[in-house]
Structures are given as C-alpha cells and as structure tokens.
Design a protein. Structure first.
Length: 428
C-alpha cells in the first residue's frame, strides 16, 4: 500500500453513502443539518475525508532510487529513445528540471497543466488520461553514451563524467541490428497498468522536450495483467515459457546492492544509487517455434514448459542440476540450452524486467512481428550482461528461433528528493 501525498481522489476510493451522511451529522449535531450550509456542508466534509484516503495505485516519483526498477512490474511499458538536438548545457539541464516537475504530476495522476484554458492556445496537457487513475505509473530516465561524446566531440562538457561502464555494447555474433531500433542519447521508460496512461506520460514528456530533443525510436510492450494472474506468478514469454525465474529479490537490500544499484567506488559518484539499463528488441520466429516438438522446445530452454522447473527437477525454483544424466547417460539439461548458458557459474546476475511486444505483421516475410523487449538492470554491464550475452550468442540453441534487432545501453540516474531534479548529481 502506498500513501497518497497529493490527496488525489482515486476511482478505488469508496463513494459517500447515506449512512456516512447520517454518521457525520451525528457527530456534528442536528444543528449541522439545519444550518445555513445544509446537506452540502456535510457532503463537503465527507468528500474531503474520502479524498484524503490512501490511494492504491500511486507510485511516488521522488525517492532514493528511481521507480520503475525495483517496482513490481506493471502490465504495460512504453519505452522511448531520444536524440538531444540542443547544443546548450543549460537547455539540457532545464529539460531535466521540466521533466521532473511533469513526472511528479503524471505519476500522481495529475495533468502537466490545465486541461483547458485560453481557447486560442493548445492546452498544456494533451488530455487523453483525464479521469483515469494513475495506474501505478512509473517514469524512469536514463542517459546514453552518446550524450557525453559523439563524433569525438565533448557535447556538453560532461566527457570527464562518463562512466567506463557506459559505452556502446559490443557486436555479438548473430546480431542483426537495425539502426531504427538502436542507440539514443536519452531514454524514458514509462510503465503502468493502463497503456493509455503510459502513452499519455511519454507523449507529454516528448512534447515538453520540443526544441531540445526528438524521438529516435519507440516500443510498447505488455505482460499478463494483474487481473489475469492474481497469484503474480513468473510471467511467460511468447514462446510459452516462464521468463525471470532467477531474478534477484527486489526486497533484499543486500541482493539489490550486489546486482543492481551502483555503489560508491564503482565509478563517478554522480551515478551512485543509479543503475545500468540494457534494452534489446528481440524478434521471435513464432511460426517456426509453433511447429517445434514440445520435447525440443523444453530442451532448448532447459526447463519444463508447464511448471518452469529445470529439466530433471520438479519445481520452478529448484536449482538446475547440470550433472544429472538421464537413463541414456545424456545430460538432462543440454550444454547448449538457454538456462545452462545464461546461468554460467551462477556469479553473473541481472534484474530482468522484460515485456512481450507485437507490432502486427513483418511485411518482408508475412509473419508476425512479435517478440521480447528485453530490459535488464545491473550494477556493471561488463561483469554481468556482456559475459552472459557472449555465452548465449555463441552457442545458445534458442538462437535458431530469435533475432536481436535492436540494442541500447543507458545509465539510469539516481532518484531525487522533492525540490531537486532528476540528473542533478550529473550536472553538479
């Protein structure tokens, strides 16, 4: 349960009943009913009480860490990459200040400005989220390597602050990257339980950036909804297998400090309490997979499709036994299986927060354009994502059914307190 610091009325909050009115009248006496304010006076009091109740669908924007990383995964994501067009550091700093102000309003379920006003000017807020709940909206900002140096130029005098970990990912074997899904100076990850709320947030943040940054690429994504999966089990990807079983415990400060959050001494201190985000747009060859035998599918992943258990085990969270042989003396979990290669020696972990996507039809092949928007957070990509992906790229059997089409890396900024702004540590 999350407190509602902005006293915003939520659709989840109960309506005022006749019993509430009589109860309030009883407290204030009969004179309250008969006074000059009449029933309206009582209603205003009870409505005020309801408005001050806790809201269950607001994730606070301000805090030590940015939300949208350790936050419980929402139903939808709207992820965008942007290119900075201004050459002035002051403009960039103002953009982050304006984004901070707008994000605090958006995540609280408020418009970024009046919905209507001077009829001869466009409204400040685009209005499509009017009347909708905040839907657990989170907005997470990151900065890419090209914000610091591009074409060997120190763009904003920030070159000395670029972390060694923040550099373009190496080209992995079998990568088929498309420029239209790759790179970016800045990123915005908007997650919410309602896609219209997430779209509204991104749309208005891009609008605020006009004259300073432009959209480079965008991708929506989805998971099973909370309504469809009240048990909050591990989500499944479009191949039907559970994805994210070995994630660190986001409620464990120790695990999050080891795996996700940048620590003092890791690099420039401005990124302490931030994280590195790797995003990969992975196209899945759905039709080919659907013609593959179940046994072959399970040997490709190294897990049972139904339970998610490692082959040779019974339960999803059982540790894989890579020495376990079947009656023919063969490994239960093949050497080229996804689970075996991604696990390695178990020392390299990341926080996966991926979403499935479906963008209609691939016009070149006439097949579904669908797959995984892989989003992974980590403390040091060179020690986590890169060695994991290197193993997978070299011999993962899953490569027969997927193609990496987009890729980017960003440093997700630390959180900020009220009165501050996102990116303040970088600019200071």
């Amino acid at each position: 349960m999350t407190n509602n610091p902005n006293n915003i009325e939520s659709p989840n909050e109960r309506k005022i009943s006749r019993r509430d009115v009589l109860k309030t009248a009883g407290i204030g006496g009969v004179g309250m009913l008969l006074g000059a304010s009449g029933l309206g006076g009582i209603m205003s009091i009870t409505e005020s009480k309801a408005t001050s109740q806790e809201s269950h669908d607001i994730v606070p924007f301000f805090g030590k860490y940015q939300s949208g990383i350790a936050t419980k995964t929402q139903n939808h994501v709207y992820f965008v990459s942007l290119d900075v067009t201004t050459s002035k550091k002051a403009d960039l700093k103002k953009l982050f200040k304006d984004w901070t102000k707008a994000s605090a309003l958006l995540t609280a379920g408020k418009p970024v400005g009046e919905l209507s006003g001077n009829e001869f000017l466009p409204p400040k807020d685009t209005g499509e989220a009017a009347g909708l709940s905040p839907s657990n909206l989170t907005i997470t900002f990151g900065v890419g390597p090209s914000l610091f140096v591009k074409d060997n130029q120190d763009r904003f005098g920030l070159k000395s602050k670029q972390p060694k970990e923040l550099k373009d990912l190496p080209k992995f074997p079998l990568d088929a990257l498309d420029e239209k899904w790759t790179g970016g100076d800045l990123c915005i990850q908007a997650c919410a339980d309602d896609l219209q709320v997430a779209f509204h947030a991104v749309r208005n943040l891009i609008r605020i950036a006009r004259g300073k940054a432009t959209l480079r690429w965008a991708q929506t994504g989805f998971q099973r909804s909370k309504q469809a999966d009240p048990k909050s089990e591990t989500p499944r990807n479009l191949f039907g297998f559970k994805d994210g079983t070995v994630n660190p415990d986001v409620n464990s400060e120790k695990q999050m400090n080891e795996v996700v959050w940048v620590q003092p001494g890791d690099g420039p201190n401005w990124l302490v309490n931030g994280s590195y985000l790797v995003v990969r747009r992975i196209q899945m060859f759905i039709e080919v997979w659907d013609r593959t035998l179940l046994k072959e599918q399970e040997r490709t992943f190294g897990r049972q499709r139904g339970s998610g258990a490692p082959l040779g085990q019974k339960n999803e969270f059982d540790n894989p036994d890579f020495n376990h042989k079947d009656e023919n003396g063969e490994d239960y979990i093949p050497a080229d299986s996804h689970v075996r290669l991604s696990r390695g020696d178990g020392s390299q972990k990341i926080l996966r927060r991926g979403y499935s996507y479906s963008d209609g039809m691939d016009l070149k092949t006439g097949t579904l354009d669908a797959g995984l928007l892989f989003i992974g957070f980590q403390r040091a990509p060179s020690k986590q994502f890169i060695p994991i992906q290197t193993r997978l790229a070299n011999m993962d059997k899953l490569n027969e059914y997927i193609s990496h089409r987009g890729s980017a890396i960003f440093a997700c900024l630390p959180g900020t307190k009220q009165g501050g702004f996102i990116g303040e540590t970088l600019f200071n």
